[in-house]
Design a protein around this ligand. Structure first.
Ligand code: NAD
Ligand code: ZN
Length: 237
């Protein structure tokens, strides 16, 4: 990135790969199964309608598991960038864990929701939630038992897309970290960024489905690539 000095506004897209070294399974890591389940059986509104107990138990397990994991050097490096970067910066994450926040980042947008939130489909309120949902606890606001994981399932609309596109319009640099480029609309953001004139950089363990869209791809583990890149950006700024 020779012209790094001219960068002012940055949009970063992160995916499951940035949390892999914290011990959280990526989506497609395990031979097409995610934590022993087919995605269609646990991560769609149809699955929830068909077998809510299975889906709630699955997310209860994931919610419990992430609370035992810790941020890795990739999360803490992005948090440092967030603290020290004088221009606009937005970390758009597909991840539903809270490792960016626990690593210290503030400017984080969860486009696919959060494990540690429960959403009441009766009153539409969201609540910080660390406990299981399987026993159908009452909504603290309205008392109904209509709480579900606040996760954007396949076939549902990601959150806050207007804000994401707004940030992209002002971005000089778009960086994608640890994402396979398979899940839309997140996978299409690099094309939007390019069309809007941003530089594009991909940091990933291996070449992804979206690699061809990036001006530069660096391959390796996020815990090494991200701190090195942050050092580079802050050094040039
Ligand atoms: P993905 O699992 O489809 O792809 C992960 C990518 O990360 C792959 O390209 C892989 O090569 C790369 N990767 C693996 N280990 C890495 C490492 N150590 N360093 C750098 N890169 C590494 O994930 P996705 O693209 O984020 O899409 C999956 C969907 O699943 C998202 O919508 C997300 O909401 C959800 N998901 C979230 C989590 C989480 O919150 N941690 C975990 C699994 C799935
Ligand atoms: Zn409610």
């Amino acid at each position: 990135m020779a012209v790094m000095a001219s960068i002012r506004n940055i949009v970063i897209l992160t995916g499951a790969g940035i949390s892999a070294e914290s011990g959280i399974d990526t989506f497609r890591g395990g031979g097409g199964l995610w934590e022993q389940h087919r995605v269609e059986d646990v991560a769609t509104p149809e699955a929830f309608a068909r077998d809510p107990d299975l889906v709630l138990r699955f997310y209860d397990m994931r919610r419990a598991a992430i609370q035992t994991k810790e941020p890795n050097p990739a999360h803490t490096a992005l948090a440092r960038l967030d603290r020290e970067w004088p221009g606009e910066l937005l970390i758009v994450t597909q991840n539903v864990d809270d490792l960016h926040e626990r690593g210290g980042a503030r400017r984080v947008l969860h486009m696919h929701g959060e494990h540690l939130n429960a959403w009441c489909t009766a009153c539409d309120r969201r609540h910080r939630w660390t406990a299981p949902l399987i026993a159908r606890p009452p909504c603290p606001a309205c008392g109904s038992s209509a709480l579900r994981p606040d996760i954007v399932w396949f076939g549902e609309m990601p959150y806050r897309m207007d804000e994401i596109y707004g940030a992209l319009r002002g971005a000089d640099l778009f960086v994608s970290i640890g994402t396979s480029g398979a899940v839309y609309p997140a996978a299409g953001l690099v094309r939007n960024a390019r069309e809007l004139g941003a530089q594009t950089l991909e940091l990933n363990l291996e070449r992804s489905q979206g690699s061809a869209w990036f001006a530069e791809t660096r391959l390796g583990p996020a815990s090494e690539l991200v701190p090195a890149w942050v050092e580079e950006v802050l050094g040039a700024g």
